[in-house]
Design a protein around this ligand. Structure first.
Ligand code: GDP
Length: 402
C-alpha cells in the first residue's frame, strides 16, 4: 500500500517536472526568437529607392514608403506611426541613366528639326546667294522659331563668312552653321539641376507651367532621372485642382519607389501641400523634393497669385533652389508669352522644353533662353518614362544638322 502511494507520488512529481520543463522551454523559445526577426528594411537601403517611413511627429501625416501615397494636410490628424516595413522589397523599376540620353533620342530631334538643318544647308550650298536666297534662309530660321534677333545675327554672320571665304562647299558651310548655332544656343550656361542636399536640408525644386505642357509628366520623368543617380526623392502633389494630377504623380513615384505627399481633399490649399512636402522631405532626410503645381490658365491672375503664395509658404520652411518652367515646344510664341508671365511671379532658374519630338520648331531653345536669360536644362522627346534628357547644346546642334 505504502509502495503504491510512493509510486503515485513519484509519478505526479515526474509529470510536474515535465510540465514545468515544457512551459519554461516554450517561454524561452518565444523570447529566443525575437532577435532572429528580420531587420527592419529601409526602402532607401535599396539602390535607387526613396527614403524610409519617417512619420511626421507633429501630424504632417507623411507618406512613409512607396505604395499608396498617404495624404497630408496641416489640419489632418497624425496617422499612427507605420508598422515595420515589409521585409520583401517591391520590385521597383530601375530607370535608365540620364547620361547620353540626348544622343539616344537624337534621332527624334533630327526627324522633326531637319527643316532647319537640311533647309539651310541646301540653301547655303547652292551657290550664287542673292538677296532672295538670304530671305529664304531667314524664313527657314524664323519658321523654326529661332526668333527675329537670333535669326538676324545668324544671317549676318553667315553673310560675312560667305563674302570673306567665297565658298559654298557643303562641309565648310556645315561647320560655319554648327559654330554659329552653337554660339546662339550658348554652351557656357550652367544647365545642372539643383538636386543635391544643401547643407543639412533637401534641395527644393518647384515645377511650374501651364496645364497640358507636360508638367506632371516631367516631374515624374525627372524623379526617374534623379533615382537613376541614386538620389532620395520626394514628390509633392501641389496641383490640387486637377483631380487626376495627384494620382498621376503618385503612379510615377510608385514605379520607382518614391513617396508622394498629397492632400486627401481635392481643391485643398496647394501651398499647404507644398509646405508639407518640403517638411516631409526634411524629416525623411531626402536629397531633393520635387513639387508639381497647378497650371490652369483660364484665370491667369488667380493662378499667379496662388503660385506666389506657394512660393512664399515654401520659403517659410526652406529656400527654393530651383524653379523649372515647363514649356511645350510646339506652342511657339505662346510659350514665350507664358514664360514671361511666370517669370514675373517666380524666379525661373531653368526651362524644360517638352514635346521637342513633335515639332520642327527647335529654334525655340534659343528664343526662350534669350527671352528669360535662363538656360534650357531638360528636353522632353517623347511620352516614354525615360524620354526626358538633360539638354546638351553640342548634341542638339549636331542633331539639327544631321
Ligand atoms: P500637365 O497638364 O502640364 O501636367 O501635362 P501632362 O503631364 O499631363 O502631359 C500632357 C500630355 O503631354 C501627356 O499626354 C504627356 O504624355 C504628353 N507629353 C509630355 N511630355 C511630352 C514629350 O516630351 N513628348 C511628347 N510627345 N508628349 C509629351
Amino acid at each position: 500500500m505504502l509502495d503504491q502511494l510512493w509510486q503515485v507520488i513519484a509519478l505526479v512529481v515526474v509529470i510536474a517536472v515535465i510540465g514545468v520543463g515544457l512551459v519554461v522551454g516554450l517561454l524561452r523559445g518565444r523570447r529566443g526568437k525575437a532577435p532572429s526577426l528580420p531587420p527592419t528594411t529601409r526602402p532607401s537601403d535599396q539602390p535607387g529607392v526613396g527614403r524610409p517611413g519617417v512619420g511626421s511627429p507633429d501630424g504632417g501625416g507623411v507618406a512613409t514608403k512607396p505604395g499608396p501615397p498617404v495624404t497630408t494636410s496641416p489640419a489632418v490628424e497624425a496617422p499612427e506611426l507605420p508598422a515595420l516595413a515589409e521585409p520583401e522589397t517591391p520590385a521597383y523599376e530601375r530607370p535608365e541613366s540620364a547620361r547620353g540620353r540626348l544622343a539616344r533620342l537624337r534621332a527624334r530631334l533630327a526627324r522633326s528639326n531637319s527643316a532647319i538643318g537640311k533647309g539651310l544647308l541646301a540653301l547655303l550650298s547652292r551657290g550664287g546667294l542673292d538677296e532672295a536666297a538670304w530671305e529664304d534662309v531667314e524664313d527657314t530660321l524664323l519658321t523654326a522659331d529661332l526668333g527675329v534677333e537670333a535669326t538676324m545675327e545668324l544671317v549676318e554672320s553667315l553673310k560675312t563668312k560667305v563674302k570673306v571665304e567665297g565658298t559654298t562647299d557643303e562641309s565648310v558651310v556645315r561647320d560655319w552653321l554648327r559654330e554659329d548655332l552653337l554660339r546662339l544656343v550658348d554652351p557656357t550656361m550652367d544647365r545642372r539641376v539643383a538636386s543635391s542636399r544643401v547643407g543639412d536640408r533637401p534641395a527644393v525644386i518647384l515645377v511650374v507651367g501651364v496645364n497640358g505642357t507636360g508638367k506632371t509628366t516631367t516631374v515624374g520623368k525627372l524623379a526617374r532621372v534623379l533615382v537613376a543617380e541614386d538620389r532620395d526623392v520626394v514628390l509633392g502633389a501641389a496641383d490640387t485642382f486637377r483631380a487626376a494630377a495627384a494620382d498621376q504623380l503618385a503612379t510615377w513615384g510608385d514605379r520607382v519607389g518614391v513617396p508622394t505627399i498629397r492632400s486627401d481633399r481635392e481643391g485643398a490649399d496647394p501651398a499647404a501641400v507644398a509646405f508639407d512636402a518640403v517638411k516631409a522631405a526634411a524629416e525623411m532626410e531626402a536629397d531633393v523634393v520635387l513639387i508639381d503645381t497647378a497650371g490652369r490658365l483660364h484665370n491667369k491672375t488667380n493662378l499667379m497669385d496662388e503660385l506666389g503664395k506657394v512660393k512664399r509658404v515654401i520659403e517659410k520652411r526652406s529656400p527654393i533652389d530651383e524653379v523649372l518652367l515647363v514649356l511645350d515646344a510646339t506652342t511657339g510664341q505662346n510659350g514665350l508669352e507664358q514664360a514671361r508671365v511666370f517669370a514675373d511671379v517666380v524666379d525661373v532658374t531653368g526651362i524644360v522644353l517638352t514635346k521637342l519630338d513633335g515639332t520642327a520648331k527647335g529654334g525655340i531653345v534659343v528664343a526662350v533662353q534669350r527671352k528669360l536669360g535662363v538656360p534650357v536644362k531638360l528636353v522632353g522627346l517623347g511620352e516614354g518614362p525615360d524620354d526626358l534628357a538633360p539638354f546638351d547644346p553640342a548634341a542638339f546642334v549636331d542633331a539639327l544638322l544631321d
